[in-house]
Write a protein that binds this ligand. Sequence first.
Ligand SMILES: O=P(O)(O)OC[C@H]1O[C@](O)(CO)[C@@H](O)[C@@H]1O
Length: 318
Amino acid sequence: MIITLTANPSLDRTVDLGAPLTPGGVHRIGAESTQPGGKGINVALGVHRAGLPVLAVLPAAPSDPLLALLEAVGLPHRSCAVAGRVRTNLTVLSSPEITTKLNEPGATLSAAEVTALQELLLASVTAGDSVMLSGSLAPGLPVDTYVRLIESLHGVGARVGVDTSDAPLTALAAALPGTAPDFLKPNAEELGQIVGTDGTLLEQQAAAGELTGVRDAALELHRQGVGAVLVTLGAAGGLLATDDAAWFSPSPAGPVVSTVGAGDSATAGYLIARERGEGPGERLAHALAYGTAAVGLPGTTIPRPDQVRPDADRVIRL
Ligand SMILES: O=P(O)(O)OC[C@H]1O[C@](O)(CO)[C@@H](O)[C@@H]1O
């Protein structure tokens, strides 16, 4: 089973201005919607829609509107009751095709709530499960939460993936090679944060077709014990470092509607292919196909398998 932890879930509110966003201006909202959000929830939705067993673990008060949204989409979940409300993250869609994201920090968890959340996750996992630790940490969670969870989850025989940024990512980098996840999903910026290089430069190089910097950084993380490193490079494609080698594929072409959730969909695609026993090329192709499909869907909509076209023929070994 695949289990995701969303340590800082969200209600994702998307508003479409249908016009340019002007700082200081007054804008009228054309269309709006609210969807369940947070990286682990998005990954779990992708896995669930592909028909694989999944469980999303998260903190939320029993009456929180997020839980009603999860019921409505039918996502199997277990929540740890907390006092604070789930944050609302705002996505502003403006023309020409610009996505602006405003993320709240999230309510602070008490020490007892932190313990209860970690215990709920550990109680949900058995040997052989794959656990994905995704997104930012709610205030109150120690910055090395993911490092400690990798150690505990490895102790029960689970495989562990991580997708995070900023301070929790730096803590993860500091714990290498002693404690390493089995799977890591950085974008170019985050890859730069981990290996201590300029992520923007890595991204620009990849966009220009120069992949050496991204490949070397990803392989270095793999050498430090990370089982597989999937680097998402937006429109430029994605790179996978695993089994002492690296693979690259450009992104399939497709319309851009909302980039929110594209990275999480890529993670879901990767995990779905891995769960089915596919090799690195097919896993990368699934990740990119899921990411591209998500970009073509509104708000934080996670694709169904019939919306995804993996193409392993585009994958090259570097
Ligand atoms: O936990 P973070 O880094 O604030 O990201 C949460 C946001 O990212 C997403 O998971 C998309 O990747 C949204 O659903 C959510 O609003």
